[in-house]
Design a protein around this ligand. Structure first.
Ligand code: GBH
Length: 492
């Protein structure tokens, strides 16, 4: 069944987003005289972003912190996984990573120099509850208090994510991690504990980062921690417990946070772009968006699994306890979307009404083979979320790319490919904001090169180059580009 979309809301988004409307409406503000005086030279459009637009960067705890034994931190599934031979390229691990735990003040200065207004980081659950549940470890939370204070002192708004995949190992050992509802409950308890203590200063909280990346890759494909390959029934149940944990955490945060705290999720939805912007392909992309995100974003937004998801799973469908769906779909204040790539969708005559068009072999990608270039994802992602689920506050919680990044003789990485990538994606984001789609901010992944999960340190996503022998951070060309863009608040 189609989700409820109020007629007014739909008309607003649909008409604003009508094909061809954007260029004209954006140009309308430019004085005609100024345009004429330019003669034949192409006139730059005033391709500005909204005035309060929140430019930012992002990182995650295990990818940058190191200090895995400091101040009572317990082990996480990523410590165990990365210390298991053959799981991570070159058997790398996050024991030291960027040593951000000790160098956070310097890293805040990198942000300040960029001119970002906000920073998205994640809190390591096993620092705060070394066993996942039971006794808290106040020293663990102290680190984030210091970080938050440092950010605020430098005029940077903190956005905190509570779970970016570092599950306390003890929960994996004792209850099977996200295979068990006990983990969903423990997560909510941890979320409430943190919310009570940081929301005097942190006004935006994300529950969970990217369900698929720890559930699908961790419990089915086995390429992320905890490295399991569960059969379909147990796997679908694990997915259910992850979204349940999200919903319980939303409720716990609401119960414990200071007034004015906003709660959301950061999900790397599958972004479905129409092959051509005609009404039938756009409609197919909307259908595909709901179905391809059925296990996570759709159930969070709609409080039900789609019929197609349930019928495809058959006997392996998740067992849903009474009340679960209401918890899972607890209302959110904002929606965060991590966007790296797009899939292309066309209309067809099948019962589901869409077909996915695979990327041809020649389709360009960045250094990571999965990172197909799809700038229009930054338009269609927020447009779908606003149109299908009436989200009125959207953040791009991650966007960025991997590049080969070799320092030149002068020590600078001239990552023209990353600049090309970011410029093209932001062009599509600006199309979205200029049409009134409510995107409020953008967090570039990442502030600096860091531990890229199963790829170890071989795949760099940073605006700053990190020399892991010396821990020296050096701004890349892309950092200069981003800084200039932020200063202008407009495309260039
Ligand atoms: C994000 O995931 C993460 O939130 C962030 O931590 C990470 O550093 C960043 O992106 C860059 O990757 O090797 O074929 O199994 C983005 C989604 C999920 C995409 C895992 C790559 C592995 C594909 N990612 N996926 S594969």
């Amino acid at each position: 069944m189609a989700p409820r979309v109020t007629r007014r809301k739909f008309a607003k988004v649909a008409s604003a987003a009508a094909i061809g409307a954007s260029a004209g409406s954006v140009a309308a503000g430019a004085p005609a005289a100024a345009q004429r005086s330019a003669g034949t030279a192409p006139q730059p459009l005033p391709r500005a972003f909204p005035s309060a637009f929140l430019w930012g960067t992002a990182t995650a705890s295990y990818q940058v912190e190191g200090a895995v034994h400091d101040d009572g931190r317990g082990p996480s599934v990523w410590d165990t996984f990365s210390h298991t031979a053959g799981k991570v390229v070159n058997n790398a691990n996050g024991d030291v990573a960027n040593d951000h735990y000790h160098r956070y003040k310097q890293d805040v200065q990198l942000m300040k120099a960029l001119g970002v207004k906000s920073y998205r980081f994640s809190i390591a659950w096993p620092r705060v509850f070394p066993q996942g549940d039971g006794a808290p470890n106040p020293k663990g939370l102290d680190f984030y208090n210091r970080l938050v204070d440092e950010l605020l002192a430098n005029g940077i708004q903190p956005f905190a994510t509570l779970y970016h995949w570092d599950l306390p190992q003890s929960l994996q050992d004792r209850v099977g991690g996200w295979e068990s509802r006990d983990t969903s409950n423990a997560f909510a308890n941890y979320a409430g504990y943190v919310a009570e203590r940081i929301t005097d200063r942190v006004k935006h909280i994300f529950t969970i980062n990217e369900f698929g990346a720890f559930v699908d890759l961790g419990y089915r494909a086995g390429v992320h921690a905890p490295g399991l390959k569960l059969p379909p029934g147990r796997f679908n149940q694990t997915r259910h417990h992850a979204v349940l944990g999200h919903g319980l955490a939303v409720q716990a945060i609401r119960a414990k946070a200071k007034p004015g705290t906003k709660v959301g999720v950061a999900e790397n939805m599958t972004i479905c772009a129409p092959v051509i912007e005609t009404p039938e392909h756009v409609e197919a992309a909307v259908r595909a968006t709901r179905e391809r995100n059925a296990a996570y974003m759709t159930v969070i937004q709609e409080g039900r699994y789609t019929e197609l998801y349930l019928s495809t799973a058959g006997a392996d469908a998740p067992k849903v306890a009474s009340g679960d769906l209401k918890i899972i779909s607890s209302p959110l204040d904002f929606v965060g979307i991590n966007i790296y790539t797009a899939i292309y969708v066309r209309a067809d005559e099948s019962p589901q009404g869409f077909a996915i068009v695979p990327h041809p072999k020649s389709f360009p990608h960045m250094l990571s083979p999965w990172l197909y270039i799809g700038p229009e994802a930054l338009y269609w992602g927020p447009r779908h979320v606003a149109q299908i689920w009436q989200a009125n506050e959207i953040y791009i919680t991650e966007n960025g790319c991997s590049s080969s990044d070799i320092p030149a003789a002068d020590g600078v990485v001239y990552d023209t490919d990353r600049v090309m990538y970011v410029r093209n994606y932001l062009t599509q984001l600006q199309r979205a904001t200029s049409e009134g789609i409510p995107v409020r901010g953008y967090f570039l992944w990442s502030l600096m090169d860091n531990f890229e999960w199963a790829d170890g340190y071989t795949n760099r996503f940073g605006l700053h180059y990190v020399d892991y022998d010396t821990q020296k951070r050096t701004p890349k060309l892309s950092a200069a580009f981003y800084k200039e863009m932020i200063a202008r608040n407009a495309l260039m």
